[in-house]
Design a protein around this ligand. Structure first.
Ligand code: IPE
Ligand code: IPE
Ligand code: MG
Length: 247
């Protein structure tokens, strides 16, 4: 089916996931299949980012979370890291205006202290530019690891307890949840991973407790609006029980 037909079907079906998270994987393999250097795979993946942003806007998804660069990815060769950081800046330079016009609120989440000053400042500017938008929240996870995020939250809790702002007895799930980067977002309803890998790779471990998982064999640079809609359709056919029994 074509993307627009799928979208029409999704609308008929009803419940669209409020929050879609995507592990954008397979750029390197896409490049290797074409005998291209890996950075060209990453570059080609930028148009898939555009496609899923537009697809999410059209489907009225509220939050789109994209895993762009993991904490573990810092262990890649310096040349690849450099290429990824300059692509980030290129993406921001190229897309900022349109994202803003489309009503997208962008946030960049992760340990940004490790970014180059120019990449960090480009990210900050995009976040500031789009801060008042509300049609779609786009979370870009960069230099992000879920375990590190949880350690950070634990440390924030410990500090508040130590300084008398929080009772030990008040430390509950909400206390931790509210100290995550995603504190103002609903949990992901749908987690998509491309490139056929069947793992989470340290992405949103807490938040995805009850996400529906959708593993796509498509390599990220080939992932289109149609593929997003196929994932949403699959989601609409799932039975989410949250541990309960269906009536
Ligand atoms: C995903 O593609 C992008 C990042 C992790 C930065 P990969 O670079 O992991 O591509 P593969 O998995 O090697 O094909
Ligand atoms: C996960 O992909 C991280 C991102 C998509 C940014 P990786 O390619 O780094 O994950 P592994 O190494 O296959 O688990
Ligand atoms: Mg990979």
């Amino acid at each position: 089916m074509k993307a627009d037909d799928l979208l029409a079907q999704i609308r008929v079906n009803g419940q669209v996931p409020r929050h879609v998270a995507i592990i954008m994987d397979g750029n390197g393999r896409w490049a290797r299949e074409r005998n291209l250097p890996r950075p060209l795979g990453h570059r080609s993946g930028m148009k898939s980012v555009r496609a899923v942003v537009e697809g999410s806007l059209a489907a009225a998804v509220e939050v789109l979370s994209l895993f762009a660069f993991s904490q573990e990815n810092w262990q890649r060769p310096p040349a690849e890291i450099k290429a990824l950081m300059s692509l980030l800046q290129e993406y921001i330079a190229r897309e900022a205006k349109e994202l803003n016009e489309q009503g997208v609120r962008v946030r960049v989440l992760g340990d940004l202290s490790r970014l180059t000053p120019s990449a960090a400042s480009a990210a900050e500017q995009l976040v500031a530019l789009t801060a008042d938008n509300s049609r779609l929240t786009l979370n870009l996870f960069i230099s992000y690891g879920s375990r590190a995020e949880l350690v950070r939250a634990a440390r924030l809790i410990a500090r508040d307890v130590r300084d008398g702002r929080l009772d030990l007895e008040a430390v509950d799930e909400e206390a931790l949840r509210s100290r995550l980067y995603t504190s103002d977002c609903p949990d992901p309803d749908l987690l998509i991973r491309t490139s056929g890998e069947q793992r989470i790779s340290n992405f949103l471990l807490w938040q995805c407790a009850y996400a529906e998982l959708y593993m796509s064999p498509v390599l990220w640079p080939d992932f289109s609006r149609r593929h997003l809609y196929e994932a949403i359709m699959a989601y609409q056919n799932r039975d989410r029980r949250f541990g309960r029994v269906t009536a």
